[in-house]
Design a protein around this ligand. Structure first.
Ligand SMILES: [Zn+2]
Length: 461
């Protein structure tokens, strides 16, 4: 290890010590963790009683200390005394991201001086970044939920976890000889998602072995591309678990990841707004954590069978969000899970409500269709040497399928993909296949299957 990377690891370990203090040493982490270990076995009725208690407490808190809610409740003509049942939460209107931006500091509780808060930001995939104030207490509470999720996956605080997610090691596009850092305090190896490519994967694999990584956490697209590389070269790196998030995890990715890392894959959904937490258990069911907040699954008339997540978080009292419209979609699922926990379940997390466009011929086209095509290209046509792919829609209904591969596709392979794409998409589109060195990522490193009108045109390799 050269001096530069050694100094960087020391710097991140020092930062990690601060994080460790904030998340685990001071504050409610230990107490909350003990409590969460018990609550997970509550009956459905006990969980609902708990939610009602927390809801009443939250409404009292916002009425007394948050100007935005005081004004809203006065205008709507109700007080904390009018909250008798969980359904009474519907007296609050749905809160949008735009409402948060307009409300500004009036959404901050007067009870928490600035010194006792920290500011986080929402992901910004919709192009709007929202500042979110968090009280220091909520940080330890949140961490207890995160660690309990890790506990379900069989991980302890002594296990080293590698992250391939939104955490930026160095700015995207900038050349980086060492696209990682290691924080020995939190036992976290942070790998750069932006620098992930077939040429850097061997380095990443060496790091996973060197640091004895027991779990990977991050985007399924990023982790699956490493898994595909491993499977192609018959490499296996056994771990305890892989935890994926923020993108759709499909069955093929799950299988490839599970094979390459010889472990189960757990998937989770959360958000910087901290209003809703959903994650899988050992049985693979997606559980909505009832003690985290109240999650409402709202019907969408134009999309039968799909619901929108509107949620209220219990634990951040510095800037409480009641009935926040996350814009994320789920398919409601079976009511019970065989793991014995009574938390409600969803069948699948679809993610962000996608943009749908109508073509001149009147047909609709959106990310869901693209995901079907991608799944087929990346998995069913396994003989094709494609590692990653993305569709880009340019002005004038010009659709470009960009793919990352070690070689260009031959005429027969191109023809097969062209006919597959043409079969699925409206006839108004013209299609082009383009081999590129990497696909576009969002500012937080996510790989979207469909990108609309990007600002820059990339060159073919
Ligand atoms: Zn379960």
């Amino acid at each position: 290890m050269n001096a530069k990377i050694y100094v960087r690891n020391v710097k991140h370990t020092m930062k990690g010590l601060l994080t460790w203090s904030l998340k685990r040493a001071i504050g409610p982490y230990r107490k909350q963790s003990r409590w969460l270990r018990q609550v997970q076995w509550y009956s459905a009725q006990e969980l609902q009683q708990l939610q009602l208690k927390y809801l009443k407490d939250l409404v009292k808190h916002v009425y007394e200390t948050v100007p935005y809610y005081r004004q809203l409740m006065t205008r709507e003509g109700f007080t904390p005394a009018d909250i008798h049942a969980l359904e009474d939460i519907q007296r609050f209107p749905i809160l949008t991201k735009q409402d948060i931006l307009s409300a500004g500091a009036s959404l901050h509780s007067r009870k928490y001086p600035k010194l006792l808060t920290k500011t986080g930001y929402s992901g910004g995939t919709t192009g709007v970044r929202v500042a979110l104030l968090r009280d220091l207490w909520s940080i330890g509470n949140e961490h207890a939920f995160v660690r309990r999720q890790f506990d379900w996956a069989g991980l302890t605080t002594q296990d080293v976890c590698a992250y391939l997610s939104w955490r930026i090691v160095c700015p995207p596009g900038q050349q980086q000889d060492y696209p990682y850092w290691y924080d020995a305090a939190m036992k976290e190896l942070v790998l750069s998602t932006f620098h992930l490519s077939n040429s850097t994967i061997p380095t990443y694999l060496e790091l996973l072995v060197k640091y004895k990584v027991m779990a990977m956490v991050g985007y399924p697209s990023a982790i699956a591309s490493i898994a595909r590389y491993c499977l192609r070269d018959s490499i296996k790196i056994p771990m305890k678990a892989v935890l994926t998030t923020s993108e759709n995890l499909d069955a093929f990715q799950r299988k490839q990841i599970s094979e390459a890392f010889v472990c189960p894959v757990y998937d989770f959904y959360g958000g910087s707004e901290r209003v809703c937490y959903i994650h899988t258990c050992s049985e693979g069911s997606y559980h909505i954590l009832s003690e985290y907040g109240i999650t409402e699954l709202i019907e969408i008339p134009e999309q039968p069978g799909i619901r929108k997540i509107v949620a209220t978080g219990f634990w951040n009292r510095a800037m409480p969000l009641i009935r926040y419209d996350t814009g994320d979609l789920v398919i409601p699922g079976p009511r019970m899970c065989s793991c014995g926990r009574a938390y409600p379940c969803v069948e699948k997390i679809i993610g962000r409500q996608s943009q749908i466009i109508k073509t001149p011929s009147g047909r609709e086209f959106g990310a869901t269709v693209v995901e079907c095509i991608m799944e087929f290209i990346l998995h069913d046509l396994a003989s094709f040497p494609i590692f990653e792919a993305q569709m880009i829609l340019y002005e004038g209904f010009h659709l470009v399928l960009e793919y990352v591969s070690e070689r260009s596709l031959n005429a027969g392979e191109e023809e097969k993909i062209n006919s597959l794409v043409k079969f699925h998409i409206p006839e108004d589109f013209s299609i082009e296949l383009r081999r590129v060195s990497s696909i576009q990522k969002t500012a937080s490193g996510k790989a979207l299957s469909l990108v609309f009108n990007p600002s820059t045109q990339k060159t073919t390799i």
